[in-house]
Design a protein around this ligand. Structure first.
Ligand code: ADP
Ligand code: MG
Length: 486
């Protein structure tokens, strides 16, 4: 049996979150009525001219600096020609031979540990419009709102070796774009799209195999499935003695398969040439220094800091930094309570994330803010309430009106204050011991498992409010050691 190696390279199209289009002062907000943002330039009225949006260049530089890439002080816009109804100019303005961002790299955590994925380039381009088939029987509607929206196309080298690595890379780039506040990365709205290039080759072979480019894969889960399907398909064609051709294939999520769409166009089909209407894009050192000064702490260093300084596990740190807002929330809670980092992380990744998922909210929309959660954890730390009852308080907070989200008031109103008074706990224990003479006898004869049962009875008698450590300790003293373990 031949051993195969799969090879994957990704082209990410990220929508830059500028206020206006890349070559026109027209809004780019999502969800406007069809063609409300189709300005003169977007519909290619003769005589209209492009004017470069400097903010788009700034955002591209920001990305380039974050991936330690070459920033090209001098880059060019080129026309990429093709005919399609949603492209009235007959060409897309893109960058070809001279992109704004050159070679860089992104680190991912793959199955075998940390792996560096090389970035070949990242260039600026305009988006096309959108054809709409669903609302027009027998006809096609064209919406040019999206035409001219600024995109950053981020092209990886073919360094990825499995679907899992490809997804890890995409998540890393996605997190980076959001950290940098370059793009909202919203996949449903098309702000983060990806073309997936897949090939296979006999293990050990240097030369790359013939690739297929997969389109229409718009979630991390589907990307993983589409790649796995495509790898298996290519291997089976080759093992049956067939050959592959370079082509563009469409992924069909319902059937979980890819289908040929067209043979892949070659670069020369696009008749690229420099756009005569746009001067070269020049970046001065000042602008680059300014953007560099605005770079936030990036996900990977932040993750390392959480592990090194706060003692979090790689897994917890990874989860927390996957979204900048979540990492910020974590740090805000941590700063306000003496609870240890692990406890704070557990609450955020457990109770809070669970409730957010259940209600379909992102952390920025959380009804329980970081100050409130910090106070709740503080009340566990100072032994006002037990960790278990704190969960009840958390859910009360969650469902309260904003003005009523007061941790101490809820604890008082629900009578959840922990019982730490020794005499009171002793009384409860005596009552339980008397009521369960049989179990106590069993314990004393060596059946040590009964101890847990008795603790449970005391906790129940206190409606969960007795301090569990004290119950354990006092009960132990009352019963003495069992005779033999059993
Ligand atoms: P194009 O612009 O025609 O799509 P590029 O050379 O720019 O082609 O490559 C696009 C993407 O395809 C890059 O991410 C690159 O890593 C990837 N790629 C190129 N060749 C292969 C291959 N044989 N197998 C897998 N990926 C590939
Ligand atoms: Mg390409």
């Amino acid at each position: 049996m031949m051993q195969w190696e799969s090879v994957i390279g990704l082209e990410v199209h990220a929508q830059l979150n500028t206020h206006s289009k890349i070559f026109a002062a027209t809004a780019t907000e999502y969800g406007a009525a069809a063609n409300a943002q189709a300005c003169d330039f977007s519909i290619a009225l003769p005589g209209t001219l492009p004017v470069m949006n400097r903010q788009a260049a700034r955002l591209a530089v920001k990305f380039g600096l974050a991936i330690n890439a070459e920033i090209n002080r001098h880059s060019l816009f080129a026309r990429k020609h093709y005919f399609y109804p949603d492209l009235p100019k007959g060409y897309q303005i893109s960058q070809y031979e001279h992109p704004i961002v050159g070679k860089g790299s992104v680190e991912i955590t793959a199955e075998q540990g940390v792996k560096v994925i090389r970035i070949a380039r990242a260039h600026l381009e305009e988006d096309a419009g959108k054809s709409r088939h669903e609302d027009f029987q027998g006809m096609t509607g064209i919406d040019l709102n999206r035409a001219g929206t600024p995109l950053l196309e981020i092209v990886s080298e073919p360094d990825l070796r499995s679907a899992a690595e490809a997804v890890a890379y995409l998540k890393q780039v996605h997190a980076l774009l959001r950290y940098l506040e370059i793009s909202d990365g919203n996949m449903q709205e098309g702000s983060f799209r990806c073309d997936v290039n897949v090939s296979v080759r006999p293990a050990g072979q240097q030369q790359l195999g013939v690739r297929a480019e997969l389109k229409n894969v718009n979630s991390f889960r589907f990307i993983e499935k589409a790649i796995d399907f495509e790898i298996a398909r290519q291997i089976s064609v080759l093992e049956d003695g067939g050959s592959l051709r370079q082509e563009t294939r469409l992924y069909d999520a319902e059937q979980n398969q890819t289908r040929p769409m067209r043979s892949k166009e070659e670069d020369h089909d696009y008749r690229y040439f420099p756009d005569p209407d746009l001067p070269p894009l020049q970046l001065d050192e000042c602008l680059i220094a300014e953007v560099r000064a605005q770079l936030p702490e990036l996900p990977t260093p932040r993750k390392q800091r959480f592990q090194r300084e706060l003692g979090l596990s790689a897994h917890d740190a990874e989860q927390l930094i996957s979204e900048r807002e979540m990492a910020d929330y974590f740090e805000a809670v941590k700063a306000r309570t003496q609870a240890d980092a692990k406890t704070v992380a557990n609450w955020i990744l457990g109770e809070l994330s669970g409730a957010l998922n259940k209600h379909g909210l992102c952390i920025a929309q959380s009804p329980v803010n970081s100050a409130q959660l910090a106070l709740l954890l503080e009340r566990i730390a100072d032994r006002t309430i037990s960790g278990n009852l704190a969960k009840q308080v958390f859910h009360s907070l969650w469902h309260s009106q904003p003005s009523a989200r007061d941790v101490d008031a809820i604890i008082a109103a629900k009578g959840l204050t922990q019982i730490t008074d020794r005499a009171e706990i002793e009384t409860m224990i005596e009552r339980v011991v008397r009521a369960h003479a049989e179990q106590v006898a069993q314990y004393r004869q060596g059946k040590s498992k009964v101890f847990g049962f008795l603790v449970g009875q005391v906790m129940q008698a206190s409606a969960g409010k007795a301090n569990p450590q004290q119950v354990n300790q006092i009960l132990q003293q009352k019963l003495g050691e069992p005779e033999a373990s059993g």
